[in-house]
Design a protein around this ligand. Structure first.
Ligand code: SF4
Ligand code: SF4
Length: 138
């Protein structure tokens, strides 16, 4: 999002819902950047940080458990809600939401207004459950 355009969301006031998306694609250039950031090989970065996506050959960021959204990107600090690899984050993270509004932030703002609680966090739970009700592997 160009900094010259006004935007109607504030990532600093958000628990990073977009980092809970299951499909955060990591392309070759993203892998190269992550590998450089950690000073490791591209193959190691691929194995360590990504998993198979839906499409053939697609790689997506690995997740870890999170109390707010069920699971979130491996790189999200679940306490501060900040990206731990901000300078090396994938292109898709840089581009999101790509509009002047963010749907989750609109929802969050609405809930906070209705509840008159500026710190309220709207949760979702995107961690699929096994048949016995326990959360599945991430
Ligand atoms: S969900 Fe929207 S407001 Fe929240 S961190 Fe992502 S882009 Fe920012
Ligand atoms: S790399 Fe950073 S910005 Fe991208 S999904 Fe993970 S925590 Fe969020």
């Amino acid at each position: 999002m160009s900094s010259s355009l006004p935007v109607f969301y504030n990532c600093q006031r958000c628990p990073a819902y977009c980092c809970s998306y299951a499909r955060i694609e990591v392309k070759k250039a993203d892998l190269r950047r992550l590998a450089r950031h950690f000073d490791i090989g591209i193959g190691t970065a691929r194995r360590r940080f990504t998993k198979a996506g839906l499409d053939d050959g697609e790689r997506v960021l690995q997740h870890k458990p999170d109390e707010t959204f069920g699971t979130v990107c491996h790189f999200l600090d679940t306490a501060t809600r900040e990206c731990t690899v901000y300078e090396a984050r994938p292109e898709i993270c840089r581009d999101f939401p790509g509009l002047v509004r963010c749907g989750y932030y609109d929802f969050l703002s609405f809930e906070r207004r209705m509840l008159q609680d500026d710190d309220y966090v709207s949760t979702t739970y995107n961690r699929p459950e096994e048949e016995d009700g326990t959360p599945s592997e991430v």
